[in-house]
Design a protein around this ligand. Structure first.
Ligand code: NI
Length: 489
């Protein structure tokens, strides 16, 4: 190798060294870039994740007059919102629950979870907290949801277990309602699971909330429906009041007169049936000031008005009570003032035909005119057109129902037999023995013995805690749509 060749060789080596150095620098740069990109992706995912949990917050509505503090805690990829209500025993209990929720959220099968809450209030003293645990997939799809609830008595700070809230009957009722609400929508493959999950047991109906309107039960989606989302069953207060072991003030029920008589449930005797006739959805009558959480009775008086009706109205007025009068058109013309007074006292006027005919024996034309001519007379006299019909003798058939499909029929739960005994004491006994929450009592204001019984009946029922309401009020408070041409309530 000559000198030239050796210089050439050294230059070649130098070029190779530089080339290697450049390649090394490039590799380091690429690695750095890759690390940066990875970091960015990681940061972005984390950010998106945490943000999305927040997106699913419910609206927090504090009970009126109170502002509870909303707290927040993130653990195990689960973000929990929870309240502090300012009662130390309750707040400590909530903290304990919150810790168990975040673990549960992490194990529900999603990528991350969120827990949120709402309030319900029953009266001044009872607070229901409803926690919803929602698990989400990476793409933010909800994959599972579960509800946990707690009922607190604010005055003592104690949490009330279901056995202090519901009697045994409640679960049978809740089960029936849940099945009635969902059976048609449950796919065949989930039928067995659904039936098991809605068996009447305290365990199946452990998630519940109470408020002034009633009870809401929350059923886990995977158990009953197979779709995403918790399903609710809502039971109005008027239907479940007798199965509750609590008073609205949070105390345990005692066996006072008012509560012992509140056991009969007429609505189960005549379940709501959807009909082909004209529907009358529940509407709150302008005159109504009833409290849906207290028991109610409907006094109904037929065949009048008559010479004693005014004395009966005196009694109703004295106690602030209301009744429903099923009047006969051919009597109305003799007592127009009684009808006007009924309206002014918030009483309801129903139709008992023109001359008390048995509708089954009339021609089609006569059936219609017996009802419509009566409505015309009543409307002329007092400005209100009746829409409820009580067929005389409770007598009708499918054909009569078809003819009168614009008019809901209202019968009764208790016949006091006042028309037969014509005895004041017997009428009092029959009315008071038969009365129960949401029951309809039948009497006749054309009997003087019946009107003499009114003072004792009205004062005793009022004292026992019953509100005396009209048929349309009861339909409203029990959430019932009335259908024309058939028996209702
Ligand atoms: Ni009658």
């Amino acid at each position: 190798m000559n000198q030239y060749e050796s210089r050439e060789h050294a230059a070649k080596r130098e070029r190779a060294r530089r080339h290697r150095a450049r390649r090394r620098a490039k590799r380091i740069l690429t690695a750095c870039l890759l690390m940066l990109v990875a970091l960015a992706i990681l940061l972005f995912t984390f950010h998106a994740c945490v943000q999305t949990i927040g997106v699913h917050r419910l609206v927090h509505t504090s009970p009126p007059g109170e502002t509870y503090v909303c707290m927040e805690k993130t653990a195990n990829n689960c973000r929990v919102f929870y309240p502090q209500v300012g009662v130390s025993a309750i707040d400590a209990d909530i903290e304990t629950m919150v810790n168990s929720f975040s673990d549960e959220g992490a194990h529900m099968g999603g990528e991350y979870a969120g827990v949120d809450y709402t309030f319900r209030r029953w009266g001044e003293n009872l607070l229901s907290l409803v926690f919803t645990v929602s698990a989400y997939m990476r793409n933010n799809t909800l994959c599972a949801q579960k509800v946990h609830t707690a009922l607190y008595r604010l005055s003592t700070g104690s949490r009330l277990p279901p056995e202090q809230v519901f009697d045994g009957e409640f679960y049978a009722y809740a089960s029936e309602r849940a099945r009635e609400t969902w059976t048609a929508e449950v796919p065949q493959t989930l039928r067995d699971t659904f039936m098991r999950a809605t068996e009447p047991s305290a365990e199946n109906f452990s998630a519940f909330a109470l408020d002034d309107n009633g009870c809401t039960v929350y059923l886990s989606d995977e158990d009953i429906h197979g779709a995403v989302g918790v399903q609710t069953v809502i039971m109005p207060m008027s239907e479940i009041r007798s199965m509750l072991l609590l008073e609205p003030d949070g105390t345990q029920k005692t066996t006072t007169a008012a509560t012992t008589v509140t056991t009969a449930i007429s609505r189960q005797t005549h379940p709501a049936v959807e009909g082909d006739g004209k529907p009358y959805p529940p509407v709150r009558p302008a005159y109504s000031d009833a409290d849906p959480s207290l028991p109610m009775v409907c006094l109904t008086y037929d065949d009048g008005p008559g010479p004693y009706t005014d004395a009966l109205l005196d009694v109703l007025e004295k106690y602030g009570a209301r009744a429903t009068f099923f009047v006969c058109g051919d009597k109305v013309r003799y007592y127009p003032d009684a009808l006007k007074r009924m309206v002014s006292l918030g009483c309801q006027i129903g139709n008992h035909t023109m001359s008390h005919s048995n509708l089954v024996n009339l021609s089609d034309e006569d059936v219609l005119s017996a009802v419509e001519a009566t409505n015309d007379i009543v409307e002329n006299v007092c400005g209100v057109r009746p829409y409820l019909v009580r067929p005389p003798y409770g007598s009708y058939n499918a054909h009569v129902g078809e003819l009168l499909k614009n008019y809901p029929f209202i019968l009764w739960d208790v016949d006091t037999l006042d028309w037969k005994t014509r005895d004041t004491q017997s009428t009092i006994d029959a009315a008071l023995d038969g009365a129960g929450d949401c029951m309809i009592l039948l009497m006749h204001d054309i009997q003087s013995s019946t009107v003499s019984a009114a003072e004792t009946i009205v004062s005793t029922l009022t004292q026992q805690g019953y509100q005396l309401v009209t048929i349309e009020e009861m339909a409203y408070y029990t959430g019932r749509t009335l259908f024309g041409g058939q028996r209702n309530l």
